[in-house]
Design a protein around this ligand. Structure first.
Ligand SMILES: Nc1ncnc2c1ncn2[C@@H]1O[C@H](COP(=O)(O)OP(=O)(O)OP(=O)(O)O)[C@@H](O)[C@H]1O
Ligand SMILES: O=P(O)(O)OC[C@H]1O[C@H](OP(=O)(O)OP(=O)(O)O)[C@H](O)[C@@H]1O
Ligand SMILES: O=C(O)c1cccnc1
Length: 475
């Protein structure tokens, strides 16, 4: 997929023109992309958007018509427009595998390259990673609430525009959603496309039974009937049972029904009882109607008998407390081999300078214990003391017998991917497996346990030293 180079904020171009005039374009720069708060006030995030981000970086090149547009703005010198003609991304990107479970304040992408290219890609990387990570996280929360019942993404009509709908379908898949109603996403990303029918289908016929019969005639092997247009228990389900009998007489089984209003726990229990009593235990019950992780949890807690969930609005718009947008940022952490840092009076908001590695610490059973940021040359082992970046007096010792793994790897060198893109089902399997290794308290929807992301002793020291130097300079 091509992401045009003008998919950026104007200031990236003005800074680029400035670096060009100041002779600074070739200074080596390192940027970290990270977010400061887990979305949805949750205990984790699912990292998504890496492959599209790499597509963007690999394909970054200005077309003649894009250069002509910039020239027409009347602000940029012809030499700069000529510089843009050959402008490419030739840097290095380090990242966790897509679908990994990640946490606030961890560098997701680290981009290293000439200052010109590493700075310019900020906005596009943020728009890709922020949205997809947010939606993948929402999807994972919903999928875990559904406890094994498949979740279908129905969000296109309520998404933030056509491109939001497309990215949503992809990211939802990374978070574990099994299929989508978005046909374009099906074709582009190879996702399974699924659907039922609308209320208007029922309204288009003289009566509900006629509508159900007509649909079953066209799709005898794949019929899911929407039963709530008039009266779910007194009309919709009895009519669906009639059609199920007629289909069976023709050698087919009704696949399912969809409930789209009312008390979904109660209606699904009643529906299950009616289909079982009529000899159709295999008919699946799907629910939709403004579902999210909390509604699904509530339906299950009430003994609802839902076999699959269709989730649209609240997934595509990533709504809910702490949702709506992921505040990922892109910060300069090293320039010309010198660590850089943004200091604020709030230690939690101060960046962590320099090139770093992100280590994941596992217990003997493969369970995730905590993550540690360290210097590239650090060799962390069990017994090392690590520090809470926001509360340095809080420290922990890595337990005996723990295993350490470098979570990130170089995924792009000299502007070229190191490996071919991974299939989406690999990414969704990864997010599921990693979430199974998280301490269960981190998966809680409300007041989750805070997973530790610490600094190694040496990185903690470097950061303190830099804070001291910056204070001296300003004092
Ligand atoms: N058992 C349940 N537990 C928790 N929330 C539920 C349950 N059943 C349905 N809901 C949710 O309640 C919300 C509103 O449902 P409500 O019945 O008020 O609306 P509705 O059925 O769309 O109404 P109508 O279509 O008649 O205007 C929806 O978000 C739905 O997902
Ligand atoms: O509730 P969501 O999670 O957003 O899921 C998508 C919704 O979109 C459809 O409603 P709509 O009223 O647009 O059309 P319909 O006539 O097919 O119900 C569908 O019936 C769902 O209720
Ligand atoms: O196929 C469906 O049932 C569907 C598709 C999009 C939105 N709501 C429902």
């Amino acid at each position: 997929m091509r992401y045009p180079p003008l998919l950026t904020d104007f200031y990236e171009l003005t800074m680029l023109a400035g670096y060009f005039e100041q002779g600074m374009t070739r200074k080596r720069a390192v940027f970290d992309l990270f977010f400061r708060k887990n979305p949805f006030e949750g205990g984790y995030a699912v990292f998504a958007g890496l492959e599209p981000a790499l597509d963007y970086l690999e394909g970054l090149a200005f077309r003649p018509e894009e250069l002509a547009y910039l020239h027409g703005l009347g602000l940029f010198k012809p030499e700069f427009i000529e510089f843009l003609r050959e402008f490419r991304f030739r840097g290095t990107v380090t990242a966790p595998p897509e679908g990994s479970v990640v946490f606030a304040n961890e560098p997701l992408l680290t981009v290293e390259g000439d200052l010109a290219e590493a700075q310019f890609v900020e906005t596009a990387l943020l728009t890709i990673i922020n949205f997809q990570t947010l939606v993948a996280t929402k999807a994972a929360r919903i999928v875990r609430s559904a406890a094994g019942a498949p979740v279908i993404e129905f969000g296109l009509r309520r998404a933030h525009g056509p491109d939001g709908g497309l990215s949503c379908a992809r990211a939802a898949c990374v978070g574990g959603v099994c299929s989508t109603s978005n046909v374009q996403a099906g074709m582009i990303f190879g996702l399974e496309v699924r659907g039922t029918h609308a209320h208007s289908w029922v309204q288009a016929f003289t009566d509900e039974l006629a509508a159900f019969r007509a649909y079953a005639e066209v799709f005898p092997a794949a019929t899911v009937l929407l039963v709530d247009t008039y009266d779910t228990l007194h009309s919709g389900i009895p009519n669906a049972i009639t059609v199920a009998r007629e289909l069976r007489a023709r050698g087919h089984e009704l696949r399912g029904i969809r409930l789209d209003s009312g008390d979904l726990a109660y209606l699904s229990r009643e529906g299950r009882r009616m289909f079982d009593a009529a000899g159709f235990p295999g008919v699946k019950i799907m629910a939709s109607n403004e579902l999210d992780e909390f509604v699904i949890e509530s339906i299950r807690a009430e003994g609802g008998r839902i076999d699959m969930y269709g989730v649209g609005t609240r997934l595509a718009t990533a709504s809910g407390v702490g949702g709506g947008a992921l505040g990922g940022v892109y910060k300069l952490v090293e320039l010309a081999a010198m660590p850089r840092m943004k200091v604020t009076s709030d230690l939690a908001k101060a960046t962590v300078p320099g090139r770093k590695r992100l280590m994941r610490v596992y217990g003997a059973g493969g369970e995730m214990l905590q993550d540690v940021l360290c210097l590239e040359q650090d060799r962390l082992t069990a017994g090392d003391t690590v520090y809470d970046p926001a509360h340095p007096l809080q420290r922990t010792v890595l337990p005996a017998g723990c295993l350490l793994r470098d979570l990130r790897r170089v995924v792009m060198r000299d502007g070229q991917r190191n490996e071919p893109p991974e299939p989406l089902f690999t990414l969704s399997a990864r997010s599921r497996e990693e979430l199974d290794r998280l301490p269960p308290g981190c998966l809680r929807l409300i007041n989750p346990h805070r997973y530790k992301v610490s600094l190694s002793e040496r990185l903690h020291g470097v950061r303190n030293e830099l804070i001291g130097q910056l204070h001296c300079r300003e004092g």
